[in-house]
Design a protein around this ligand. Structure first.
Ligand code: ATP
Ligand code: MG
Length: 240
């Protein structure tokens, strides 16, 4: 692969693409994951590629919910594993949360590879390879999950999740937290806490930030994010 020079103005963005292409080559990330990333990148442009205030508030509230949970679980897919393999393991340790590989385009081979990669990054136990349960309301393959992990979780962090699955987890009565750059996605709307931030910034923030114990209104926070994006577009239009 061509090495991205550090001086390149889009260095970080290109590094992310490189990590995802490598993920596909290693059998960790699906091809559809590349397209999902492209959709995310577009929204990151509108944020100015930084963690905005509403994102930081949601990140802090998410930490509080996970720490207070009885059985907090972090769901990991092929994009998460390619972009933040080390950091997601550290976050699991900080929050005392279980890690479960849960794929939209599920194959046992991909799950094993992701599991191995997480273990190489320090994970002690990774759930998801032998799922005993199904999330009600989804077709069989997309519904599979482990009993000790997602199925019995009370608070679940599902970064870069599909809308149907996020809604199905909500319908099970769980507190659903997502990291999703698109504030308009069905997942963003279904979640109890929506972190509109790039996962490569959100996870390191969540390793460091202090929990937020004050009240939090997800709809208000999402509105704030959309307003930020529209005001930023207005400012940019005046600079042209
Ligand atoms: P939904 O199913 O929730 O309506 P969707 O079908 O548009 O959303 P999916 O492919 O199901 O999208 O979910 C992936 C989501 O992850 C997208 O909303 C995309 O914006 C977001 N995303 C992609 N890459 C990143 C990233 N690096 N950080 C945060 N979010 C990302
Ligand atoms: Mg979707």
């Amino acid at each position: 692969m061509v090495k991205v020079p550090r001086s390149h103005p889009r260095y970080l963005s290109l590094k992310m693409r490189e990590a995802l292409v490598e993920g596909v080559e290693e059998g960790i990330t699906s091809k559809a994951g590349l397209i999902a990333h492209g959709r995310g990148e577009m929204f990151d442009y509108l944020l100015g590629e930084e963690s905005i205030k509403t994102a930081k508030i949601a990140e802090r509230k998410a930490i509080a919910e996970m720490v207070d949970a009885e059985n907090p679980v972090i769901s990991i897919n092929g994009n998460v594993a390619a972009l933040v393999p080390e950091e997601i393991v550290q976050l699991g340790k900080r929050l005392d949360a279980k890690l479960e590989v849960n794929l939209f385009h599920r194959t046992d081979e991909r799950i094993s590879k992701i599991k191995r990669s997480l273990e190489l990054n320090g994970a002690e136990k990774v759930y998801g390879l032998d799922p005993e349960e199904e999330i009600p309301g989804l077709d069989h393959k997309r519904a599979l999950c482990s009993h000790e992990g997602i199925y019995t979780s009370d608070v679940v962090l599902v970064p870069l999740e599909d809308g149907d699955r996020a809604q199905a987890l909500k319908d099970m009565g769980k507190t659903v937290i997502t990291i999703d750059l698109n504030p308009l996605s069905r997942t963003s709307k279904a979640a109890d806490i929506t972190i509109v931030d790039n996962i490569v910034r959100a996870v390191p923030n969540m390793i460091e930030f202090e929990p937020l114990h004050e009240d939090f209104d997800n709809e208000e926070n999402l509105k704030g994010t959309l307003l930020f994006m529209s005001e930023r577009l207005k400012t940019l239009s005046e600079e042209i």
